[in-house]
Design a protein around this ligand. Sequence first.
Ligand SMILES: [Mn+2]
Length: 290
Amino acid sequence: MKKRKIDIAVISDVHLGTHGCHADELIAYLSSIRPTKLILNGDIVDIWQFSKRYFPTSHLRVIKKIISMASNGTEVYYITGNHDETLRKFAGTSVGNFHVMNKLVLELDGRKAWFFHGDVFDVSIQKARILAKLGGYGYDLLILINRFINWCLNKMGREKYSISRRIKNGVKSAVRYINDFERTAADLAIENGYDYVICGHIHQPKKEIYQNKNGKTIYLNSGDWVENLTALEYSFKRWKIYRYNHDKLSPFFADEELKSMNMNELISSIIDLKQEKADTREKDEESIGD
Ligand SMILES: [Mn+2]
């Protein structure tokens, strides 16, 4: 099968090691693509609920697949989440093409993209807003505060903060939380000058333009591999949501993207393409000369 070449694939909330994880479908998806970068945006391995009794071969195969993608040239970024927070002590570590981190900033065709899992908003979105404004330092502090609160809850024999806990507390509170989450992520992205903000955590795949008086940003969420079976893909200078149940393993049609591009974007993509061709021709001529 021919693999689809894409610039970036983002997945999150796979929850390996839990019964809900759709590992086989994820392997099928990962086998169908050849991304330049693969971003694992948190909660990939569920270490909270990890038990030796449940870790099937298919789950291990996902890990193997990711490692083999890294050794075949894909840059893999493992951004930690709350269910895999144990890995946060490895943040900043790189082994070959495999990098562990708490957040990631990339420049995509001249636009700034900000990737993080999103659990820092768990304890209090209002407090998170204030602290996150402090930039990188505030973010790391929030991670510590969340970990401390979860440690206390654990000591008191209570459940840790999580989205599933919020859903248990009632649909209304979950909906409010999701709205606040998206709005907060987008506002912070606008304040910090990011054109894209890409999260996971709330298991709600989404691509939406958010606007406030200071500007606008595109909020994206990669969803999960428990219920939605979704990913985010960046190609042809566009983001799209990949839905396994709908898209299956169908190719990423360039035409579909072209339809939604405006005139300026179309022109700039054509100019870039010509430029690229000219560059490679020059290189070819150079090598002939050699
Ligand atoms: Mn999470």
